[in-house]
Design a protein. Structure first.
Length: 212
């Protein structure tokens, strides 16, 4: 069964992970369809990019709304679009708890480091990669995980590593990680669409493919 996917982006998100998921659906690699991209601001380049790919977009801004009202608007949009999976991609705020609960086990996020290291509030973009460089670690990478009620703490689905090079700046490291992000996110969504992810406590078990 083909799954229905919504992608959430925020602010000025450029939407490269979103685009990777849309493209993988459109070329048939993922048995699914991105039916909706929701942004927090109309100026987000990600929304334009989605529209150019023929995907419906909506702006739901949390500004001037209580957390409860924002949650209800998100839920209404997701329910109305009959969404099976929500992918956060450059969504820089905590997803409201009612949404996390209503879509438990059906919301994923991507983080540009190897969780549980270098995660949590304030750890995004440049801050993550700077912290990795300052730590002296020789590897970094990315993590796709299910979303729970906190920042970056949900069960891990897929991780990919990259080396930290001697002359790396945060920009060169970020660029190397980003290539892996696109592949990791597509892989995780594909596994979900195939019904091959089972959450067991903190672990996500990847089930073998079923024969056709
Ligand atoms: C990515 O680095 C992702 O890991 C993080 O936000 C960034 C979004 O980039 N959560 P893009 O908008 O997908 O290009």
């Amino acid at each position: 069964m083909s799954i229905r996917i919504a992608v959430l982006v925020s602010g000025h998100g450029r939407g490269s992970n979103m685009a990777a998921i849309i493209d993988a659906c459109q070329r048939g690699e993922i048995d699914g369809q991105v039916v909706l991209v929701i942004g927090t601001r109309s100026e987000a380049p990600a929304l334009q990019r989605a529209a150019e790919k023929g995907v419906r977009t909506r702006v739901i801004s949390p500004r001037n709304l209580s957390e409860e009202e924002y949650a209800q608007r998100l839920l209404h949009a997701l329910d109305e679009a009959r969404v099976d999976l929500v992918c956060l991609a450059g969504y820089m705020r905590l997803l409201p708890v009612p949404v996390v609960r209503a879509y438990a086990g059906r919301v994923m996020n991507i983080h540009p480091a190897l969780l549980p290291l270098f995660g949590g509030k304030g750890m995004y973009g440049e801050h993550v990669h700077q912290a990795v460089l300052e730590s002296g670690m020789k590897v970094s990478g990315c993590t796709v995980h299910f979303v729970d009620e906190h920042y970056d703490t949900g069960p891990i689905i897929v991780q990919r590593c990259v080396p930290v090079e001697e002359d790396d700046t945060w920009e060169t490291l970020a660029a190397r990680v980003l290539v892996q992000e696109h592949q990791a996110y597509v892989q995780a969504v594909k596994l979900f669409a195939e019904g091959r992810l089972r959450i067991e406590g903190r672990r996500v078990r990847i089930l073998p493919p079923t024969s056709p």
